[in-house]
Write a protein that binds this ligand. Structure first.
Ligand SMILES: [Fe+2]
Ligand SMILES: [Fe+2]
Length: 482
């Protein structure tokens, strides 16, 4: 076994999986590589491929100090295959095989299911890069532009992570899936990405911050569940991906915090107390809080659809087989088999929303979604603390889980953000008070003027508290002059 704590940077593909001794997989990946670079150049950040960007690159997989910062042009980024260190004697933590040694090879009977899980996770990674590819040109600062590109190259690396597993463990099928991952396109009519939220537009920076706050957080939950997998290479892969995912959520959470900070500062300076004086607030060139709430409503509801149907045999099978656990399975105290337990699921029955206990195994999507809602709510408290201390009478809240849904129990009904069921007419008459209207979106777009002077920020967003890697406030994070 290769020493998994050391990353080999000598070859074309940085890795800690002993690729040098694994000629078959190395060749498959080297064959896939040019197609990936083509994809990156044509579908990655548009207009910024030739500029040096201050990016972090992983140089280790330990919890302390795995990143190194430096200037690199994005197409030259060292995308690599990095797995968290193996845990000696690890056993399958849940399901029918609980307690057996973790699998180092794909269990034959679960091959199709595992492949499907890898492809669905893998498909989201390049999709978000495609969704965000036009944002560089309207970045509110070089700092923000750099954070966008950091998220993008890491999503690219997450694609590599899934492609490695497909090519190493699924032979020819895996190679075909890896090629298809480069073929689908976010929002494309004929070859869309697999999941709905990954085919939506990300047209402006407020959408980007909401996406990284809400939708990357779904990524965190999914990876958290897959990190528990009895298939050890998947567990190790996801554990390392989670260390990168933390930065993506930081970008979203701190981004919105800075938007709120700027808005309340501008309101104060203009002597405006009422957050609903929307026209006056917008005239200050900042984003009013009710519009932020509508954007949160939209991105939260789109993201909930990613958890799938509340009641799901696929989810039960993935758990029973030992492939996909619950979020932080290892911190939960129960029998980890769930053959006789129940879980409350919100359901729609005869025009009412009710709670119903169902066998827990079939409710695992619901459980993951519940864990997600708790996690997202934690993130909101930081925004709301800032609002409270600033003295503005407004709080950002999550809408009801039945609001604006396309998938699952509530896809056939309309509700308001409190979960009260609405008639079609009432929905049509009120939806623009709950979701961004065309006018709201146009206003946001009108603010998206690029700012490229080092240390300068667009008027709708406050500067960050700290620089990346402790760099000074006027640091040139993207060098567009050289
Ligand atoms: Fe990712
Ligand atoms: Fe992410």
């Amino acid at each position: 076994m290769p020493d998994s704590t050391v990353i080999d940077y000598d070859g074309l593909i940085p890795n800690n999986v002993g690729l040098n001794e694994d000629l078959r997989v190395r060749k498959a990946l080297e064959t896939w590589h040019p197609g990936y670079i083509d994809w990156w150049k044509s579908m990655g950040p548009e207009g910024f491929q030739d500029f040096p960007v201050f990016l972090r690159t992983a140089i280790g997989v330990g919890s302390d100090g795995w990143a190194k910062y430096g200037f690199v042009k994005m197409p030259d980024y060292r995308w690599g295959i990095l797995l968290a260190p193996a845990v000696e004697g690890r056993t399958i933590p849940f399901g029918a095989h609980k307690g057996e040694p973790a699998w180092q090879e794909v269990p034959g009977e679960y091959r199709a299911m595992l492949r499907r899980l890898l492809v669905i996770q893998g498909d989201t990674e390049p999709a978000s890069v495609e969704q965000q590819r036009h944002l560089g040109s309207t970045a509110p600062s070089l700092y923000d532009m750099r954070n966008l590109f950091q998220v993008n190259v890491e999503e690219g690396r997450h694609l590599w992570a899934m492609v490695y597993l497909l090519q190493k463990y699924f032979g020819r099928d895996g190679r075909e899936e890896a090629d298809d991952l480069l073929r689908r396109r976010s929002g494309h009519q004929d070859t869309p990405r697999m999941l709905g939220a990954f085919n939506e537009n990300t047209p402006d920076w407020l959408s980007f911050f909401m996406f990284t706050f809400f939708t990357d957080r779904d990524g965190k939950m999914q990876l958290g569940a897959l990190a528990q997998s009895g298939f050890d290479p998947l567990s190790r892969t996801c554990r390392f991906m989670l260390t990168e995912e933390a930065h993506h959520m930081f970008v979203g959470e701190s981004g919105i915090t800075r938007v709120i900070q700027r808005t309340v500062e501008a309101m104060k300076a203009a002597g405006i107390d009422d957050p609903y004086e929307i026209e006056r607030i917008r005239a200050l060139g900042v984003i009013d809080l009710p519009t932020l709430q509508k954007k949160a409503n939209l991105h939260f509801s789109l993201t909930l659809d990613l958890f799938g149907n509340e009641i799901s045999t696929n989810a039960a099978n993935a758990f029973n087989s030992g492939l996909k656990g619950r979020y932080r399975e290892d911190k939960i105290e129960d029998d980890h088999q769930l053959t006789s337990s129940f879980y409350p699921v919100l359901r729609q029955r005869d025009g009412a929303i009710i709670n119903e206990d169902v066998p827990e195994l079939s409710a695992l999507n619901m459980r993951l979604r519940d864990d997600y809602v708790v996690d997202a709510n934690d993130g909101l408290t930081r925004w709301n603390r800032l609002l409270k201390t600033s003295g503005v009478n407004f709080q950002i809240t999550l809408p009801h889980v039945a609001f604006n849904r396309r998938i699952g129990e509530f896809n056939a009904i309309h509700t308001d953000t409190q979960g009260n069921i609405l008639t079609n007419e009432a929905w049509e008459a009120t939806k623009e008070t709950m979701l961004p209207s065309t006018a709201d979106n146009e206003f946001i777009i009108s603010l998206m003027q690029p700012v490229r002077e080092p240390g300068q920020y667009a008027g709708w967003i406050a500067p960050p508290r700290y620089g990346i890697d402790n760099m000074p406030g006027d640091f040139e994070y993207v060098r567009m002059t050289s």
